[in-house]
Structure formats: C-alpha cells, structure tokens
Design a protein around this ligand. Structure first.
Ligand SMILES: [Fe+2]
Length: 387
C-alpha cells in the first residue's frame, strides 16, 4: 500500500505481481532540484528499505543537483564520478569497458551521459556526441546473432555493482535519470542456458536488478554461516585483469575458459589499493544482509565455514568460478529479476551495496537513448557481519 512519509513524498512498493522478488518502489511528490533535509532523509530511508526506487517527474532536474544528491548519501566522499573521469582506458579498465569515451556534463561535478546513438547538437553543453551502448557481445561467451538482436532478442549484458574497485570502494548508491527512451516493441531477454528455455519480456532502454538480500535468503543455513564469515578480494585493475574470460549467457557468473592477465602485465599497482571485502554487506538502515560478490573480478576468496573455523584461501580461478556460480544460480531466474518500467523524466536510484544491476541492449533502429548517470566512490568500505 502507498504510504505518506515526510513532506509530500509518497512511496508505493512495486506490486511484484506473481513474482517472488520483494523489492522496488515508486516515489512521487519529490522535487530533486529543491530537496530539503526532511525530504532527503525520507528518500534515503526509502532507497535502503526498497533497494531500487523510481522517482517520478524529474524532467527539469539540473545535473549539478543530481550530483549533489549522490553526495548527500556520502558527504565525506571525494566529489568526482566513481570512474574518476577521463584518462582511464583499456589498459586500466579492460578492452570492453575502456573502449568507449566517458562524457561528463559540463558544470555537473561528475554526472555522465550514457545511452545509445546521436545525442543532438548540444546536450547540456556536450556537442554532437554519439554514444555507443555497452554490448553483451563484448562480454558474453556465446552472444546472440546480429539477426536475432536486430529482431528484438536481448540479453542481460553483465550483472555488477558500480565502481572501479581498485583503489576505490564501490559507490553507496547510483542515480540514473531517464532523459530519452528508445521507441519500439518490448524486447525478449533470453538466457540461452543449457537445459532451459527461460525468457523474459522488458521495455527497451531499461536496467535489470537482482537483490543481494534475496540471494542471501536463498542460501542454506550452513551457506549463510560461511558467507557471513568469509571474504573476497578483487584483482588489481580487476576489469583489465579479467582478460579474455567471458560471462555466461544469462549475464551472471563466468563461463568456463578464457585467461586472466598476469599481475605483472597490468599497469603498475600497489597492494594497499586492493581492498578485501566481506561477502555479505549490511544495509546501513535496516541491517539486512546482502551477498555482494562480483564474479568477474574476484581473484581470491577467504572461506571460513564457522565463526571459529579455519580460514581457507582459494586462488584457483576455476574452483572460485564453479563455487560462486553455484550460489548465483539460486537467483538467476525470471521470478527474482526486476526490470522496472520507466518513463522519460524518471530518476532511478539504487542501493549499490544491496543490489546488482545490468544494462540491456536494444537495436539502434528503436532510436537513441539518453540517461544521466552518477555514482561516486564511497568514503568507507561496505561493512559485513563479522567486521
Ligand atoms: Fe552499472
């Protein structure tokens, strides 16, 4: 049921229909250009209680105000976009992530435009920009054929949380304002995994979400105890390190094969910038536990089955891959995945420490897409149950 919170804000949890997923909400009655402290606190509470919120009617939002909103969630953070700005390329970010230019809206502080296609003569001061959307073809072990893709078949690109990971903690939240949507029939997302014919329909130009709290809830009691007491460590420059490895066709978890880049062939790195993270991150408002491990960047796991057990360090990439896929497979199902329908002017805000998300490509024949995106590296590390 909708409920009134502070000021004029109304938070309406998603109905979630027949699905088993239990997160997401729509918010009305907010003007992000003029957000007083009481309204901000109500919004913050809603983001952490519902994990993903769609704030309606933000057509006139100024990019600088979007940046300010992200900073209000983390006032101690360094005020720049979580990817650090220009200058990072394929050597640091890997071939897939590092190949596209990075466009910060002038005067915004660190809001980028992301999307697809030509963005017009002047978009908030960015002139004649043509964006190329991230493509699942760069990430997937077994991509769709060009013909299927052009006919409206789609894949989840790659589920992840936002952040550069090396030398920076993942952002607490991400804000993503839908400025221009492509126009066309709904897409059919295909898993194409062995033994199933799973598909799911979605509006073109949207983002998919999986709840780390729901993933945690699907584990056995023994698995919960283990992940509560265990840690993972990414590689330095993890997106570059991941090398020629590829993602499974469901967008979640690594396929077999491929090779990582040897550590001594990466750009110069130092161990103090490689942070070790708990496997379970606590929600700062509700205390809820979310399993948050990004499959493609994990180099080591430190497993401890009980609070007083012996910690076992695993560095074997295949052993980590198989173990982690076994956990991720619990939730890689249509009934748990949320792809909120959005309209132009909607601002999507998510708890980046509590969900993972994925873009979904669409054929450019549907027209351009524009979004304003912002996240900033957190000033603190996510906190787990045992740290
Ligand atoms: Fe992202």
């Amino acid at each position: 049921m909708p409920h009134q919170t502070k000021a004029e804000i109304v938070v309406t949890p998603f109905a979630n229909e027949e699905k088993r997923r239990n997160f997401g909400a729509t918010i009305t009655g907010v003007d992000l250009n003029n957000l007083d402290e009481e309204s901000f606190q109500a919004l913050r509470e809603a983001v952490y209680r519902h994990s993903v919120v769609v704030i309606k009617d933000q057509h006139g939002l100024q990019p600088a105000k979007q940046f300010e909103l992200v900073r209000r969630f983390d006032p101690e953070a360094t005020p720049k976009h979580g990817f650090g700005g220009k200058g990072k390329g394929a050597k640091e970010l890997g071939e897939a992530l590092g190949k596209n230019p990075f466009y910060v809206i002038p005067g915004s502080g660190g809001v980028t435009i992301v999307g697809n296609g030509y963005q017009g003569e002047n978009h908030y001061g960015l002139e004649n920009v043509t964006l190329k959307a991230m493509s699942h073809v760069d990430y997937h072990d077994d991509p769709l054929s060009a013909e299927d893709f052009e006919n409206g078949q789609a894949r989840f690109n790659i589920f992840h949380f936002d952040g550069i990971i090396y030398g920076a903690h993942p952002s607490r939240i991400t804000t993503f304002r839908c400025v221009k949507l492509p126009q066309g029939p709904d897409l059919t997302i295909r898993w194409d995994d062995a033994g199933t014919e799973r598909v799911m329909q979605c509006q073109p130009g949207c983002t998919a979400f999986i709840s780390g709290a729901q993933l945690y809830s699907l584990l056995t009691d023994n698995e919960k105890m283990m992940v509560d007491n265990s840690f993972w460590e990414p590689a330095p420059y993890p997106f570059a390190w991941s090398g020629s490895r590829k993602i499974r066709s469901g967008g979640l978890g690594l396929a077999s094969g491929g090779k990582t880049i040897p550590l001594d062939e990466l750009p110069e790195w130092t161990s103090d910038k490689v942070h070790k993270y708990p496997m379970v991150w606590l929600n700062p408002v509700t205390g809820e536990k979310s399993l948050q491990i990004m499959a493609e960047v994990v180099r080591k796991v430190f497993l401890k089955e009980t609070p007083n057990g012996v910690q076992r360090t695993v560095e074997d990439e295949e052993e980590i891959r198989v173990w982690l896929n076994g956990l991720l497979d619990r939730i890689a199902k249509t009934e748990y995945i949320l792809v909120p329908r959005v309209e132009e002017g909607d601002m999507v805000v998510w708890n980046n420490w509590g969900v993972i998300h994925s873009g979904i490509e669409y054929p450019l024949s549907y027209g351009p897409r524009t979004a304003h995106q912002c996240h900033i590296a957190s000033s603190t590390a996510p906190v787990g149950p045992t740290v």
